[in-house]
Design a protein around this ligand. Structure first.
Ligand code: UD1
Length: 423
């Protein structure tokens, strides 16, 4: 296992390029491999462990994939397998994305039931509800989800769950509905930029989808989808993470390949804190001319503040003057990073889904452990601002979703070393 040694106290300065969106490429690759009937070429694909894990899942189903530079070629084959086994699915929850497309294409699927994870329980009832509405028989037994249907038939489906819309269920049901008979209307659809990117990719494959970017998607079933060439959207969460990294080091960083529309609420919260954002057609320049102010943040589905930026903004709020609160409404248990930040000198207390952050003047380096992807990201960011050395272990979590994070940050002045964790 590897770890990062972060030497804090340097100011970030320069230009950083955003990679393709992890959360967009995962369902897009699934659609290409299972729903497509010819080769797809995806450009702007990030080189991430999650992309490799998903490729292994798709290879296990019979597709051929090849990732070279930032291009992922996917060759669907005619004789697809219908089973996604535990060994692969347990490595990545997004493997659940194969469920809907397999039922749509083959009439049956057997997919290992994904477990919970460090950010809390991750139910799939909405995925099952959506496919059942489309006419599939879905059964959960012996740790697997079994689904079958002679054909899927379009209908009206409400996908709002107890925590609001679901990104995963919207993607799964939308993919299945592209090959269903008739029209499917998804009410309460997730509107995240990666959902719109998946919809645009499906349209490029020949699908008919109205309402892209809204909470009502109408999908008119077609007989088949073809392979295509497509540029994956840039990663809003990677961009948001680097915006926070610039602000926390009092830096001057130009983040290239992102638009305000992709992360409107992150941008407005940073502005409210006193961070200066200068947007142009290609990206944003992030500087911090003022003292950082405390703010209140509530995570909600897009276009609200994303849960995937909660940990990172918490790191920044640790150094703001005054008391901030965070309310985590999406993954309500997603707070393991608070204990690690407190070990670095932060003053955070938890009360159910609320975190109360009293600003401190400095953080100090400490040995800390990444418990999930974004929790890992905030420890690196906090380490950049901390006095002394921060050692972040279990960085395989970070490699799941950030392409060469230490190389990108080092290129603008950070001092981060990747070392083998064997001693
Ligand atoms: C996706 C993202 C993840 C992000 C999350 C919320 C990917 C690969 N992952 O995860 O990074 O944190 O969106 O933006 O894109 N829920 C149910 N029943 C379900 C499904 C979800 O109750 O069947 C609940 C979840 O527990 C959670 C909320 O709905 O409280 C949102 O989850 P969802 O949007 O589905 O998250 P994922 O798609 O798993």
């Amino acid at each position: 296992m590897e770890k990062f040694i972060v030497n804090g106290g340097t100011r970030l300065e320069g230009k950083i390029q955003i990679s393709g969106s992890k959360n967009a490429v995962l369902p897009i690759a699934v659609a290409a491999a299972i729903l497509g009937d010819s080769t797809t070429v995806l450009n702007n694909v990030p080189n991430l462990t999650d992309v490799k894990t998903l490729s292994a899942v798709l290879e296990g189903l019979g597709a051929t994939t090849k990732l070279k530079n930032s291009t992922l070629s996917i060759e669907p084959i005619n004789r697809l397998e219908y089973e996604a086994p535990y060994d692969l699915v347990r490595r990545m929850r997004a493997s659940i994305y194969v469920l809907g497309p397999l039922v749509a294409k083959l009439g049956r699927a057997k997919v290992s039931f994904p477990g919970g994870c460090a950010i809390g329980p991750r139910p799939v009832d909405l995925h099952i509800r959506g496919l059942t509405c489309l006419g599939a028989d879905v059964d959960v037994k012996e740790g697997y989800i079994y689904a079958q249907a002679r054909k899927l038939i379009g209908t009206e489906i409400n996908l709002i769950g107890q925590h609001g819309p679901s990104v995963g269920a919207t993607a799964n049901v939308m993919m299945a509905a592209t090959l269903a008979e008739g029209t499917t209307v998804i009410n309460g659809a997730a509107r995240e930029p990666h959902i719109s990117d998946l919809a645009n990719f499906l349209i490029a494959m020949g699908a008919e989808i109205d309402g892209v970017g809204t909470d009502t998607l109408s999908i008119h079933g077609v007989k088949q989808l073809r392979g295509t060439e497509y540029n994956v959207i840039s990663d809003d969460i990677e961009a948001g993470t680097f915006m926070v990294a610039s602000a926390i080091t009092n830096g001057d960083v130009y983040i290239q390949g992102i638009t305000n529309e992709q992360l409107p609420t992150v941008a407005s919260k940073l502005t409210e804190m006193g961070v200066k954002l200068d947007w142009d057609d290609y990206g944003v320049r992030v500087t911090t001319p003022n003292k950082l102010k405390a703010v209140d943040v509530k995570t909600v589905p897009f276009p609200g503040f994303p849960t995937d930026m909660q940990a990172q903004i918490m790191g920044l709020l640790c150094l703001a003057s005054g008391t901030s609160t965070i309310t985590e409404n999406v993954h309500t248990d997603r707070y393991i990073h608070t204990a690690e930040l407190n070990r670095m000198g932060a003053n955070i207390t938890l009360d159910g889904r609320n975190a109360i952050i009293k600003g401190v003047s400095t953080l100090s380096g400490a040995p800390v452990m990444a418990s999930d992807l974004r929790a890992g990201a905030v420890l690196v960011i906090a380490g950049l601002a901390a006095m002394g050395e921060t050692v972040v272990s279990r960085i395989y979590h970070i490699d799941r979703g950030y392409e060469a994070i230490e190389e990108k940050l080092n290129s603008i002045g950070a001092k981060i070393q990747r070392v083998d964790d064997t001693y």
